[in-house]
Design a protein. Structure first.
Length: 160
């Protein structure tokens, strides 16, 4: 979280490499734009589920908020990752390349309804995943980050 703004029930934050970090998004405003319904089937350790969800594509939501891209970097959007945090601290990371409709088009969805019940906070849903492990319930923050190879130390080569 940013420390300056916190999400309350019915909303979540979009932070990081976006035009307006700390953007508050409400479940109600997303629900007005929700697409669907879409059937999702997934398994967890505890169950095998089939649900009907409505929501907005993650790609559309983040494109509307606006990504901060470095003009001096070729295809800079391919160096972005999206961290999705649940209210309980659960976290999942997606690369922008898998979210972007021109590349992976993973169909990630910020769901506002499950089985026609409006959610208190949205759930990140990955409809093409067979497992529910990357679903993030009670979404509290979407954080967009640049992955910069210059900031990652490279291992030293072993002497020959």
């Amino acid at each position: 979280m940013t420390g300056l703004v916190t999400a309350t029930d019915g909303q979540f934050l979009v932070t990081g490499a976006v035009r307006a970090p700390g953007t508050v998004v409400t479940t109600a405003e997303l629900d007005k734009r929700a697409q669907g319904p879409r059937r999702v089937h997934y398994v967890t350790r505890a169950c095998d589920r089939m649900d009907e969800v409505r929501g907005i594509p993650l790609h559309d939501l983040l494109s509307d908020v606006g990504l901060l891209l470095r003009e001096d970097r070729k295809m800079d959007h391919l160096n972005l990752v999206v961290l999705a945090f649940g209210q309980d601290g659960y976290q999942v990371t997606l690369s922008w390349g898998e979210v972007d409709v021109e590349f992976g088009a993973c169909a990630a969805l910020v769901a506002t309804r499950y089985n026609d019940v409006v959610l208190r906070r949205p759930t990140l849903v990955l409809p093409r995943d067979s497992r529910g492990s990357r679903y993030v319930r009670l979404l509290s923050e979407l954080r967009v980050l640049h992955i910069d190879s210059d900031a990652v130390p490279l291992p030293r080569s072993a002497p020959h």
